[in-house]
Design a protein around this ligand. Structure first.
Ligand code: FAD
Length: 483
């Protein structure tokens, strides 16, 4: 389940600032200052993994790091994933190191070409695919991945055509992780609260017209297995204009099991228990009574089919198998009881996990786990090739986790460099790649180009009280840059 991925979710890693100024670590300076060749290294992907890996590599006093990014804009999921009503997490500024946006590795330039031009290549291209539900009806209009929905409201160019139909009363989110909660919160937040965020204008216009009143988050297992974290849950419980729907039956006997579970899980479950079982105080009771929208957690239900509307042009509901739990601890599994239940809805969002895509036939890929096989960031059996972030360890964890594993990859690469395990002699680096790109008609976007786009977005947001109005069309971005 996707949701397991988010165990370490939290905002402790924020604000996220990926400064590329070289940290002055004296031991590094001393160790490497006698090397004659400039180590030319490139990183593929400019999300947190790409920037944190680059940051570590730049501790080598001579290293030059180029970051190739397929979007014209940097920062990966920090720009396109993190919810727009969490603006504190959006801060990012950058110093030294070359950014080459609008360059898709695997299409505009290949990994072997990069390996030829650089001493080492680090793959940090994230996990862009979502896991499919693999149930009948998944292809119906009105069904989409939570990832695409998030990309749509956050301005990811490839998701701008999504235009979700929010004319229905009820939405069902399959999954009980933080992304599922993010999506539920955006669907139910009063639009005037979103007006001060950098959510796209197009998304805001659609959300203003939304008729969605109820959002169900469905999980195969029970309250002890939810994958969202307490901060996100608290925010949901307090969301203005909404009330929670929790069935006390799902929580029976849970109190007695609390002493067996680790502290963060215990605190999270206590909050769920209080919300489900305790009578709210007068103020909270009044708040809930006046709420016009609701969200609920539906436990012990596994999706079997998306039910079509009578004309077959949309979703009318989800058929769920009722489950019970078998096993203990992490090994707890949901098994069907044989009972079925239909949950009516007009919108279905699947939030059951992500996986990476293979980037090049020459790069090993574990298609079952959706990651590049590696040992501490060294790609298995390919000297000089490394990986970091979600493509290295799978789509688990928050930015802080990504930072730690990216630093580790950077450390391994520098160790190999010091041990003479990388190719010796000079490498052309970006000069060779720029020549290739130019022969293929690709015009990269530099970091100063991005700063111009950034200034344009901020200027467009001014006067409306919004931090920025995101540009969502790559062609418009390139046009603004005179490309
Ligand atoms: P990404 O951030 O996805 O970066 C990968 C980059 O590679 C992207 O810029 C992509 O465009 C680029 N790329 C892909 N393919 C290519 C290619 N072929 N050539 C060149 N470039 C390419 N964590 C938190 O701590 N707090 C949060 O609030 C939070 N919210 C989240 C919300 C959502 C919806 C999601 C999905 C995740 C969220 N996370 C959050 C987790 C966090 O975003 C991840 O831990 C982190 O982004 C992973 O970093 P990454 O660099 O591996 O991947």
């Amino acid at each position: 389940m996707a949701s397991r991925c988010w165990r370490w979710w939290g905002r402790s890693a924020w604000p996220w600032t990926p400064p590329l100024s070289v940290g002055s670590i004296p031991s590094f300076r001393h160790q490497f200052s006698t090397q004659e060749t400039t180590p030319q290294i490139c990183v593929v992907g400019s999300g947190p993994a790409g920037f944190y890996t680059a940051q570590h590599l730049l501790k080598h006093p001579q290293a030059h790091v180029d970051i190739y990014e397929k979007q014209p804009v940097p920062f990966g999921l920090v720009r396109f994933g993190v919810a727009p009503d969490h603006p504190e997490v959006k801060t990012a500024h950058c110093g030294r190191c070359a950014f080459w946006g609008n360059v898709e590795v695997g299409r505009d330039v290949t990994v072997p070409e990069l390996r030829e031009a650089y001493h080492a290549v680090v793959l940090s291209y994230g996990a862009e695919d979502h896991r499919a539900l693999e149930i009948p009806g998944e292809e119906l209009p009105g069904v989409c991945s939570a990832r695409a929905f998030v990309g749509w409201y956050n301005g990811l160019p490839e998701n701008q055509e999504l235009k979700p139909d929010l004319s229905c009363d009820t939405a069902v989110i399959l999954g009980q992780g933080n992304v599922a909660l993010d999506v539920a919160r955006i669907l139910l937040t009063p639009p005037e609260h979103l007006e001060k965020t950098d959510i796209t204008k197009a998304a805001l216009d659609v959300l203003r017209q939304s008729r969605v009143k109820t959002v169900w988050l469905v999980g195969r297992r029970g309250p002890l297995q939810v994958a969202f974290t307490i901060k996100e849950l608290r925010e949901m419980i307090q969301l203005p204009g909404t009330r929670p729907i929790l069935d006390p039956v799902d929580f029976l006997g849970l109190q007695d099991r609390l002493k067996e579970v680790p502290r963060p899980r215990k605190r999270l479950t206590e909050l769920l228990l209080r919300t489900a079982m305790e009578k709210p105080g007068p103020e909270e009771a009044a708040r809930r009574a006046s709420a016009s929208r609701a969200w609920g957690l539906r436990f012990f239900r596994s999706p079997q089919q998306v039910l079509p509307s009578p004309d077959g042009q949309g979703a009318a509901g989800v058929r769920l198998a009722v489950t019970r739990l078998e096993g203990v601890g992490e090994a707890t599994r949901a098994v069907p009881t044989g009972a079925m239940e239909d949950l009516p809805c007009g919108l279905v969002l699947s939030s059951i996990g992500y996986k990476s895509r293979p980037i090049d036939p020459s790069v090993p890929f574990d298609s079952k786990l959706g990651v590049i096989p590696n040992v501490e960031g060294r790609v298995t059996d390919v000297p000089g090739l490394y990986c970091s972030g979600w493509v290295k360890r799978g789509p688990t964890g928050v930015i802080a986790t990504t930072m730690t594993d990216s630093f580790l990859t950077g450390q391994m690469l520098l160790q190999d460099l010091k041990a003479g395990l990388l190719p010796s002699g000079p490498r052309p680096g970006s000069a060779a790649i720029q020549a290739l790109l130019s022969s293929r008609g690709v015009q990269p976007v530099s970091f100063s180009d991005w700063e111009k786009l950034d200034a344009e977005e901020v200027a467009r947001g001014q006067g409306t009280g919004r931090p920025r109005e995101k540009l969502v069309d790559p062609q418009e971005m390139l046009h603004l840059l005179g490309h």
